[in-house]
Write a protein of this length. Structure first.
Length: 64
């Protein structure tokens, strides 16, 4: 279950003013394992705007 503080978080919220990961914020928001996984993701070409995407299938069943 996702806590209420994650509902409106975006990748841009996890970055500092210089475009790098905000390590202190990430470590405060996520458990140790998740924070470590996020921080190893390379920061490449994220200058595009965040958007919500929904992939669906034609039979109407929503799969995860």
């Amino acid at each position: 279950m996702i806590g209420h503080h994650f509902l409106n978080i975006r990748v841009a919220d996890l970055k500092s003013g210089d475009g790098n990961w905000d390590e202190e914020f990430i470590q405060a928001m996520f458990n140790e394992d998740d924070a470590e996984m996020i921080l190893i993701i390379p920061n490449l070409g994220w200058e595009i705007e965040d958007k919500i995407l929904w992939h669906y299938i034609k039979n109407g069943k929503d799969d995860m």
